[in-house]
Design a protein around this ligand. Structure first.
Ligand code: SAH
Length: 227
C-alpha cells in the first residue's frame, strides 16, 4: 500500500496518499500541499520511503507522516499547541504549524544541533514558514525530547518521531486533558516497535492503544557528530 504512493511532484505524491486512503481529512491534505518535501529531503523527496538526511537521521516516509497527522487531526485545530519530538528535517513541524494556525503553536524538539540548524534552513526556504518561525507559530528547540518542553505546554497533541523505550512520563505529563499522543514504542526481547495512540481523557485517565508495527530510528542519548 505505502510504496505505491510515490510521485514525481509534491502534488502527485499527495494525490496518491489521498487515493490510497492514507490522507483522508481535507484540511490535513491541504496542510500537506502547503509543505514541499523537496525543501526537507535532498534525495528522493517524492519517494514514499524514508530518506537519509545525515547525522543518523531520516525524514520519515510520506505514508508515516500522513498516518501520524491523521491520528492527531482531531486535536490539530486552530489555536492548538503541538509538540513534535525528534523533529529532524522540520517537515512535520511545518505541517502541524499550518493545521494549528491561526493562533496555535508547534514546537519541534531535536537533540542533534546540526539537525536543528538544518531544519531551520529548510523551513526558511519558504517565506510562509520563515514568517511562522519569526512570529513564534513554529519553534525548533535543541533538547532531549524525552523531557518534552514544559515551557510550551500543556499540549493538545504530541508527535514522537523516534522509537521510545516505554512511554516517557514527562510527555504524558505535558499532554492536556483531553489530549493525544502518537508514539512509536520499542518493546520485548526482540526490540520490535509498534505505534501507540495515547489518549489522555478529560478526567486525566490515560489509555494506550497499540496500533501497528513500524521501524523508526531510536529515541536515545545524543551522539556527538563532527561537523
Ligand atoms: N519527524 C522527523 C523524523 C526524523 S528521524 C522527520 O520526518 O524529519 C528521528 C529524529 O529523532 C532524528 O532527527 C533524531 O536525531 C531525533 N532524536 C532521537 N533521539 C532524540 C532525543 N532523545 N531527543 C530529541 N530528538 C531525538
Amino acid at each position: 500500500m505505502s510504496w505505491m504512493c510515490s510521485g514525481t511532484s509534491n502534488k502527485e505524491l499527495i494525490a496518491n496518499l489521498w487515493r490510497q486512503g492514507l490522507l483522508k481529512t481535507p484540511r490535513v491534505k491541504e496542510a500537506f500541499e502547503k509543505v514541499d518535501r523537496a525543501h526537507f529531503s535532498p534525495l528522493g523527496p517524492y519517494e514514499d520511503s524514508p530518506q537519509r538526511i545525515g547525522y543518523d537521521a531520516t525524514i520519515s516516509a510520506p505514508h508515516m507522516h500522513a498516518q501520524a497527522t491523521e491520528a492527531l487531526a482531531h486535536r490539530l485545530k486552530p489555536g492548538a499547541k503541538v509538540l513534535d519530538i525528534g523533529s529532524g528535517s522540520g517537515y512535520l513541524t511545518a505541517v502541524f504549524a499550518h493545521l494549528v494556525s491561526p493562533g496555535g503553536q508547534c514546537v519541534g524538539v531535536e537533540h542533534i544541533p546540526q539537525l536543528c540548524t538544518m531544519s531551520e534552513v529548510n523551513l526558511r526556504k519558504d517565506p510562509v514558514h520563515r514568517a511562522m518561525l519569526e512570529n513564534g507559530t513554529m519553534k525548533i528547540i535543541k533538547s532531549d525530547g524525552r523531557l518534552g518542553y514544559p515551557e510550551g505546554g500543556p499540549y493538545d497533541a504530541i508527535h514522537v518521531g523516534a522509537a521510545a523505550q516505554g512511554f516517557p512520563q514527562a510527555l504524558i505529563d505535558q499532554l492536556k486533558a483531553p489530549g493525544s499522543m502518537f508514539i512509536p514504542v520499542e518493546e520485548g526481547m526482540l526490540g520490535t516497535q509498534h505505534i501507540y495512540h495515547v489518549e489522555k481523557k478529560a478526567d486525566g485517565t490515560v489509555e494506550k492503544n497499540k496500533a501497528y508495527g513500524v521501524l523508526y530510528v531510536p529515541l536515545t542519548d545524543a551522539k556527538v557528530h563532527p561537523n
